[in-house]
Design a protein around this ligand. Structure first.
Ligand SMILES: [Zn+2]
Length: 218
């Protein structure tokens, strides 16, 4: 047993994991709360993506789990969240030669210490056997997009990504993101990959907020 795994075991004993949804001890995100996640209504992929899998609504325990991972730097939360996505991919396989996470700009990466999408993508790669490939970079800091409208987001994000290695990118890519809003980020990533040779781009993300029009009919 290494020192760090010993420390993990000790910390786990002193501070047992509590579920982000129901606070019961034993797991970071318990099976009961995972089973209670509400599906996101089926939707066509945005133009530029061959397929898109977004299983759940961005709400409740899942929203809290994603917040903990992103804004409270709880990196370990990526394990149950990545496994949730991997399980979805077993039911809805997406053909791909490589898994590529949506990159963070280096400034944001330095702030957070890790890219949450890379953490999710690594779990999915492990479960599916599809290799995780790096090379896509975010060359422009697009700032915080949460306050921007659909059109502003699209303008802000277009041309923010670039393929940075000499070898061509994989022919069929599965992009991984955590939360989807308009899909403009995924489309911008797909555009950057297609510009240098990728043929098919599919995407998977954990959750999506309902658009205002969909909220009204719920
Ligand atoms: Zn729970």
């Amino acid at each position: 047993m290494t020192f760090s795994s010993l420390m993990d075991a000790l910390l786990g004993f002193l501070f047992p994991d509590r579920c982000v949804g129901c606070r019961r001890s034993g797991a970071l995100f318990c099976p009961t709360c995972r089973a209670a996640l509400r599906p996101y209504p089926l939707d066509d992929p945005p133009p530029g993506l061959d397929a898109m899998l977004v299983p759940w609504l961005y709400e409740g325990a899942l929203r809290q789990a994603i917040h903990r991972m992103k804004y409270r730097s709880q990196r370990r939360m990526a394990a149950p969240l990545g496994d949730l996505l991997a399980a979805q991919l077993r039911h809805h396989p997406q053909p791909a030669d490589a898994i590529i996470p949506v990159p963070l700009h280096t400034t944001r990466l330095a702030e957070r210490g890790f890219n949450q999408s890379t953490e999710l993508a690594a779990r999915i790669a492990r479960a599916t056997g599809i290799p995780l490939v790096s090379g896509l970079e975010r060359c422009r800091d697009t700032g915080h997009q949460a306050q921007l409208g659909r059109r502003e987001r699209q303008q802000n994000i277009a041309a923010a990504f670039v393929w940075t290695v000499y070898a061509p990118p994989p022919a069929r890519v599965l992009l991984v993101d955590d939360v989807l809003t308009t899909g403009a980020t995924l489309v911008a990533c797909a555009d950057a990959l297609r510009a240098v040779g990728t043929q098919e781009v599919r995407a998977v993300a954990l959750a999506r907020s309902l658009a205002p029009a969909q909220k009204m009919i719920q």
